[in-house]
Design a protein. Structure first.
Length: 75
């Protein structure tokens, strides 16, 4: 198990979670009640994790992840 903190970008709230191997970004978002319309990333300017992407191996114990609405880029 790894402990992570998820910061909700829109309001600055944070949630502490324990994740286990096989945990996906969608699992994390569901566990904090924000699955629809949100993405999870490891920081500002970083590519968000895919919804079905397993994140356990990609984050260190004590990591801070960020939850936000997706940013659309275009003309």
């Amino acid at each position: 198990m790894k402990n992570i903190t998820v910061v909700i970008a829109e309001n600055g709230e944070f949630r502490d979670l324990a994740i286990k191997p096989g945990t996906t970004a969608q699992d994390v978002l569901k566990s904090i009640g924000l699955a629809e319309g949100y993405v999870l990333s490891s920081g500002r300017g970083r590519e968000p994790f895919g919804n079905d992407e397993e994140i356990y191996a990609q984050v260190a114990d004590g990591s801070k992840l960020f939850c936000s609405t997706p940013i659309e880029v275009g003309f």
